[in-house]
Every structure is written in C-alpha cells, then in structure tokens.
Design a binder for this molecule. Structure first.
Ligand code: B12
Ligand code: SF4
Length: 457
C-alpha cells in the first residue's frame, strides 16, 4: 500500500506567522512516521510548511497514494477540509482512503467523518496507525483496532479508546529526516539570529484548567527518561546544530525528581544547550530555578492567565496569583528570561479583574507576555459551561473554534481596548524602570484607559 503522511499548515498562507517566523516541524506526524519506519512500513511524508498548495497537489497527483493521512488541529482544520474536498472531486483519486489524526478529532468526530474522512485516529497515533495500515493491507477486520473511528453502513463506529503508551522510552524519536529541518532552522536564524528546534519529553498533563484541551493525552503524565532525552538532544546537536531547543511539554518542571535527573544526565555527557520551556508557578522554587539555569534554560513561561484570583479559580487553574508573580520575579532575578500568558474575556471577568491583571503584570514584569481573548475549544469544560450562551457559531467546516463567540459581560470593543490597555500599562512601567519614558506610551495609555472606562459602562 502506498501511504502519504502530511498536514495542512502552509506558512505562505499565514500572514501572522510570516511576521513571527518561528515555525516548528510537525512533531506528532513525525512520531507516527518514525514508528511506521521502525515497523518497516514504507511511506512518504509531505511537509506542507514551506510548500504551496499547488506543489502539494502536484505531488499528490504524481504519487497517487492508496492512503493519505493528515495531522489536523483546530487551526489547520479549515485547510485540511478544503484539501479533502479537492481530493473527493478528483476522478483519479476516488479510491484513495483518507485518515486523520491529531488533537482536534476527539470531540468533532461526526463532523470530520461528514467532511469526507474515512478513518479517524483518536488519541496517540503510533500504534493505531500501524494497525490500520496493516489491517487494510490484509483486508482484515478493523473493528478490533482500538482508538479508531469510521463509518460503517452510514453509521459511526467508535471503537474503544486506545490504551496510552506506557513507556515513552520505547517509541522511536521523531523522523525529522523526513522534513527539511534546515529550512526551519534558516527561517529562524534569518529572522531572529538564532535557530530553534522542538523536542517533546512528556505526554499528558495532570492539571484541569477548564479552557485547555486534553483531547490526545488526557489527564495523564508520562515521560521519557532523562537519559533518553539527553540522547535525543545530543543527536540533534550533532545532526542539525540548532542554537536553541523548545520543549513542547505542558509542564516542564512538574517532576522535580525528573529535572534533577535531567540536569545530572546533561552534566554526565557534557552536553551544552540553551532551551525554552513552559511550566506552572507552584512547580517552581529556588532549587528548580537553579536546576533550570544549570541545564541551559534561557527562558521559561509561567502561566497565570489572569491577575485576579477569582478568575484563576473560575478557570480551575489551581495556582495562587501571588506565587506566579513571585516566581516570575525570582526567575528573572536568577538570570532566566520570563514569559507569561494572559487571557481576557473569561466568563465572569469584570473591569476590576482586568485592572488586577494589569497590576499583576506591572509587578511581575515578565520579559514577554501574550494576551488572548478567551475562546472555547470543543471538548473543554469551558466549552460545556458556555455552550448555552453561544452567540456566534459559524459554519464548522470553514471556521475554527476561535471564531465562536459567547455572551460576555462587555462588547468586543471593550476587550480590544482591554488588550491595548494592559500592553500600554506594562510598557509604561518598563519605560519607567529603564528611565526611558516616552510621552507616546502615556498618551496611548490615557486613551485606552478612557475608552475602557466608557465601554465598561
Ligand atoms: C507546540 C504547540 C504549538 C506550536 C506548534 C508548533 C508545531 N509545528 O508543532 C505553536 C506555538 C505554533 C502552536 C500554535 C497553536 N496551537 Co498549539 N500546541 C502545541 C503543544 C503544546 C505541543 C504540540 C506537540 O508537539 N505535541 C507533541 C506531539 C507528539 O503530540 P501530538 O501532536 O498530539 O501528536 C500525537 C497525536 O495527536 C497523533 N497525531 C499527530 N499527528 C498525527 C498525524 C497522523 C497522520 C496520525 C494518524 C496521528 C497523528 O499521534 C501523535 C503521537 O501520538 C500542544 C499541546 C500538547 N501537549 O500536545 C498544543 C495544542 C496542539 N495547540 C493548540 C492550539 C489551540 C493552538 C493554536 C490554535 C493556539 C492559538 N490560539 O493560536 C495555534 C494553532 C497554530 C496552527 N496554525 O496550527 C491545542 C489544539 C486543540 C485542538 N482541538 O486542536 C493544543 C492541544 C493545546 C491545548 N492543550 O489546548 N501550538
Ligand atoms: S493549561 Fe497547562 S497546566 Fe493547565 S491543563 Fe493545560 S497543559 Fe495542563
């Protein structure tokens, strides 16, 4: 059977990312590819990131695989569905089977099948994909493949869930050789002076933040051994020489024991790296900061999402805002760059909560922060909570969950100004600290503050 693995992310079509220019190879897809390779399943990988849709299409018509498998997430859904439609309309591709995998499937299975997919791989993809390919090749019975959903006589057949992989050390490293890694590194280097490569050491997260999707790994926590991770890093250094690494793990410092082991393994091999990671404040302390620094961490993102404890609690984030602030300050003091994430427009959030968020950021003064207007991802607890209050739910096939809107306390304009206001307040504080106060920021803050007060009424 001729198999093609691909995804639907085209950098040339993403105007926002063209400004950010921080692309990463599709790790999940490359894990699946590595596993198929290990089991001697011949296949092709077509990485769309630096390609055009025309090139992708030409390759498809040339190769005419029997089975095409896409990675799909909330954002790439729209493009993947367009590509599926195109395949369905092409007479020479009618026999081709379409498989989907990735985080957006679990809670949208009916929609993806209605959009033309033949098979959905729910959860971790490695073993399910292998079993599907083998079973289809042998004309076998797919009803025994756990983790698989498909249509049978026009009704949906959801096989029982796939058991989670127990030992991550046993799965092969992502098949990075299948994608043009150098293009990713060059893109980073040209735009930022430093290249970066993504690495995963952990699967699952034991926490319960209501807006976060746990569709693939559930509330689990599994990890590669520190030695295996260091082995992968050494190989990547040797093969690609990236300047930095980004650990895509949900909570990098969740296990202090693991972190000590990681630090020891790095020292034992003499590996020198610089890396960036994400974690939670209550999994930080002075020892952790020291371990991060020693092992090469140059930037850590610690999320609070809000400066108001009331909103943090409403999110079930399970962290104390003062602890987040203190850990951001302590980490920066130790010489590690800090970053944090902010969300506005969460249900229950008021003007006063937004003021608390601005105050919290002024005190914590992270080097970087992002602000998002909260949106409900299907399958999350937030989605369930706001479902009856949805005001805008555009056509599923052509829009993403980011475009779903729900009844909030204030208008859309209020949240736009809230975002500007928070940025302006933090910028002003930073300028005050650096004695480089610019009148422009004061004016911007004044305007956004007045607008916010008017719109809050
Ligand atoms: C790194 C990351 C990013 C990076 C992506 C870089 C890259 N190219 O990898 C950046 C920062 C760009 C990013 C952006 C966004 N992200 Co993001 N991201 C992640 C994160 C933290 C790790 C992804 C990862 O590498 N995981 C490790 C791999 C091994 O896991 P995996 O991809 O799930 O793969 C497994 C299965 O899904 C399956 N599988 C995967 N691919 C395939 C392919 C086939 C053919 C098959 C059969 C199976 C299969 O098998 C794999 C191995 O078992 C995840 C959370 C997480 N912990 O996974 C969120 C996550 C994927 N992101 C999410 C979101 C919402 C976004 C954004 C929409 C955020 C935003 N507001 O802009 C954007 C979308 C960007 C885009 N255009 O696609 C959500 C997706 C929810 C959903 N329903 O789709 C997640 C799950 C976060 C969350 N917990 O809510 N993200
Ligand atoms: S936001 Fe982070 S800590 Fe919370 S559940 Fe998601 S991955 Fe876990």
């Amino acid at each position: 059977m001729k198999i093609l693995l691909t995804h639907g992310y085209f950098l040339c079509e993403d105007e926002i990312e063209q400004k950010i220019l921080k692309p990463y190879p599709p790790l999940g897809l490359l894990y699946v590819s590595a596993y198929l390779n290990e089991k001697s399943i011949t296949h092709q990988v077509f990485d769309t990131t630096f390609s055009t849709i025309d090139d992708w299409w030409s390759n498809l018509l040339k190769e005419k695989p029997n089975l095409i498998a896409f990675y799909v997430n909330l954002m790439t859904k729209v493009r993947v569905i367009e590509l599926i439609n195109r395949i369905k309309k092409e007479p020479s591709l009618t026999a081709m089977k379409i498989v989907l995998g990735g985080p957006d499937l679990t809670y949208n299975q009916e929609n993806y099948l209605a959009a033309g997919a033949d098979y959905l791989i729910i959860g971790e993809g490695e073993v399910t994909m292998l079993e599907l390919v083998n079973t289809l090749s042998d004309n076998g019975d797919i009803s025994n493949i756990t983790g698989l959903t498909y249509l049978e006589n026009n009704s949906i057949k959801k096989n029982p869930p796939r058991a989670k992989l127990k030992d991550l050390d046993l799965i092969p490293n992502p098949n990075r050789a299948a994608v043009p890694i150098q293009k990713y590194l060059d893109c980073w280097k040209n735009a930022h002076g430093q290249s970066a490569l993504n690495v995963s050491t952990q699967r699952g997260c034991p926490y319960t933040c209501k807006w976060c999707s746990t569709a693939v790994y559930g509330q689990s926590y599994r990890r590669k051994s520190p030695e295996k991770v260091v082995e992968e890093l050494l190989l990547l250094k040797e093969t690609y020489q990236p300047d930095t690494f980004w650990f895509v793990d949900d909570v990098f410092t969740v296990s202090h024991k693991w972190l000590r082991g990681f630090n020891d393994a790095i020292k034992a091999t003499g590996l020198e790296i610089q890396y960036e990671c994400i974690t939670r404040a209550e999994r930080m302390n002075d020892e952790v900061i020291q371990l991060l620094k020693e092992s090469g961490c140059f930037r850590v993102w610690i999320g609070a999402e809000s400066g108001s404890q009331k909103i943090i609690d409403a999110m079930d984030r399970r962290v104390d805002v003062n602890q987040v602030r203190d850990q951001l300050i302590a980490t920066k003091k130790a010489g590690i760059e800090t970053g944090t994430f902010i969300m506005v427009g969460y249900p229950g959030e008021t003007y006063e909560d937004i003021m608390l968020t601005a105050e919290y950021l002024e005190k914590a003064l992270p080097n970087h922060f992002t602000i998002t207007k909260s949106y409900p991802i299907k399958g999350t607890q937030l989605y369930t909570e706001i479902e009856s209050k949805i005001t805008v739910k555009p056509d599923w096939n052509t829009t993403t969950d980011r475009q779903i809107n729900f009844e909030r306390k204030y208008s859309d304009a209020f949240y736009r100004y809230a975002i500007r206001y928070i940025y302006n307040r933090v910028n002003l504080k930073k300028q005050q600290r650096n004695n480089s106060l610019k009148i422009k920021v004061r004016i911007k803050l004044f305007i956004s503050s007045i607008m916010l007060r008017i719109l809050a009424k």
